[in-house]
Design a protein around this ligand. Structure first.
Ligand code: SF4
Length: 230
């Protein structure tokens, strides 16, 4: 366990042997504290339907939400729904989404996903994780975003790069894959907080706890965080 750049004091919480109940207490304290900073925490991806959120989330891989939000109005003006994207020309779609990066793979996923929705789900986005992850380009992270933000269903915890980093720094997981970190977070945070905790940690990671130079001195949750920098 390393000290933070701004605090040389040893961590006061979260040892290797921290009991689960203590972790859960810390987790709840963190949720309550972060709600004060971000009372309206929700996804920054603009969308008008579950399908639009599904597409926006596919586009957000390795891309900022701001960039995705610049692309999706153009995309949905050209393709106005599931059927239109299921029949989209791959090259044309690639040009529209090029600036989001990995555009060939994303175009393939969006077309494949749309075809799957048309062929197996009547053109509707299903509301279960088991069904969602059968669609091309849709993994647990994307499925959790759609279920949580569009349907209000707590199917798991969205683990993006910020949640990955903060879960480890906060001593809630030592794992190195998003899937395993998600399992640890689901054990520590109450189910009723699964949707909001991702949004809270993402916003907190951007504002206060970035990958480099976390601002521990001014961090609202510094007393509940062991500050594990690894
Ligand atoms: S959550 Fe706060 S106290 Fe913990 S490492 Fe990040 S900035 Fe530091």
């Amino acid at each position: 366990m390393a000290a933070t750049p701004s605090s040389k004091k040893p961590a006061r919480t979260a040892t290797r042997t921290e009991p689960l109940e203590k972790k859960r207490e810390r987790a709840l304290a963190i949720v309550k504290a972060l709600r004060k900073d971000f009372p309206e925490a929700r996804t920054a991806l603009t969308h008008g339907s579950p399908f639009q959120l599904l597409v926006a989330t596919i586009l957000s891989a390795q891309c900022t939400d701001e960039r995705v939000n610049m692309v999706t109005p153009v995309l949905f003006a050209r393709y106005d729904g599931v059927a239109a994207l299921a029949g989209a020309d791959q090259a044309e779609l690639e040009e529209i989404i090029r600036s989001t990066g990995f555009f060939r793979m994303k175009a393939k996923s969006i077309i494949g996903c749309s075809k799957g929705l048309m062929e197996r789900f009547g053109g509707e986005v299903p509301s279960s994780i088991a069904e969602l992850i059968t669609l091309p380009g849709v993994g647990r992270k994307t499925a959790n975003v759609v279920l949580g933000q569009a349907f209000g269903i707590a199917s798991g915890v969205v683990v993006d790069t910020h949640v990955y980093r903060l879960a480890r720094r906060m001593g809630f997981s030592k794992e190195k894959t998003p899937e395993r970190i998600e399992q640890d977070l689901m054990e520590v945070f109450p189910k009723r907080t699964w949707i909001e905790i991702s949004n809270l940690l993402i916003l907190h990671g951007r504002r206060t706890c970035p990958a480099r130079k976390p601002k521990c001195d001014v961090c609202r949750i510094r007393e509940a965080c062991p500050k594990i920098m690894s």
